[in-house]
Design a protein around this ligand. Structure first.
Ligand SMILES: [Zn+2]
Length: 243
């Protein structure tokens, strides 16, 4: 994040207390300030920087900090730009997301918290990290779902692929590869199950013919309702998922 040093011409004016924390890093030569989407402020300094210097630096930048906080406030509620939690109804998990300004971009889930380290706390940097995390998270869940429905239907794919797509929940290739969308974790367990059944049935019929739907109906009689819900579900996908 770019910031400009402001004139310290009004240093005697009362300064409202800013909530900020200090992080030290030997790699940082000049102090850096990061404003978080939820209003928190972090100052990254070399370990040898004195507290008085840090304080002065924050105060010099207080106008910029407030302006940035204001920008985040404008963006946040309507657009879910950087979500503070992610709900995964398919597996009954609700995970808070913690953001941290860092020297490199990475994502990890530890103790039920998604931790994002990013050079810039912007959608451009953070959304791909969240998507990476979701793909990793989805892999064992969707593979297991296929294994369960394989036993239930007797239909067995050659290979299972997990992708993150914005246009379809799943697909089935003529060579017997099933592709499932990691975004299914954001749907209900019943919808996830239905998509797996839908794609497995394509192993028998590579079309949407009457015979195909008869086969689907044998495993999920309520398939029309699922088709309807899943086709509409794209409209409510969070922004970080669609990119
Ligand atoms: Zn289909």
């Amino acid at each position: 994040m770019q910031y400009s040093l402001l004139d310290d011409s009004d240093s005697n004016a009362p300064v409202e207390p800013l909530g900020w924390r200090v992080r030290t890093s030997k790699r940082v030569r000049n102090p850096k300030i990061q404003v978080f989407p939820h209003g928190g402020v972090e100052v990254v300094v070399h370990p040898r920087t004195r507290p008085r210097e840090i304080e002065a630096f924050v105060h010099e930048n207080s106008a910029w900090i407030e302006r940035t906080r204001g920008e985040f406030r404008k963006l946040r509620p309507a657009e879910q730009n950087l979500p503070d939690r992610i709900e995964l109804p398919a597996i009954g998990e609700h995970l808070p997301v913690h953001y941290n300004c860092s020297d490199r971009n990475r994502v990890a889930e530890r103790q039920g918290i998604i931790r994002i380290d990013a050079r810039k706390l912007t959608p451009a940097e953070c959304w791909p990290l969240l998507r990476d995390w979701l793909k990793r998270k989805a892999r064992p869940v969707l593979k297991e779902a296929v294994a369960v429905q394989k036993d239930f239907t007797g239909l067995s794919p050659k290979r299972v692929q997990i992708r993150l797509q914005t246009t379809r929940w799943g697909s089935c290739s003529t060579t017997g590869t099933l592709s499932l969308n990691a975004a299914l974790l954001l749907r209900s367990p019943e919808e996830l199950r239905y998509v797996v059944i839908h794609e497995l049935c394509h192993l028998e019929h590579m079309n949407h013919s009457k015979r195909y739907w008869q086969l689907v109906g044998r495993f999920e009689p309520d398939y029309r309702r699922f088709e309807h819900c899943l086709n509409r579900a794209w409209q409510t996908s969070p922004q970080w998922l669609i990119g």
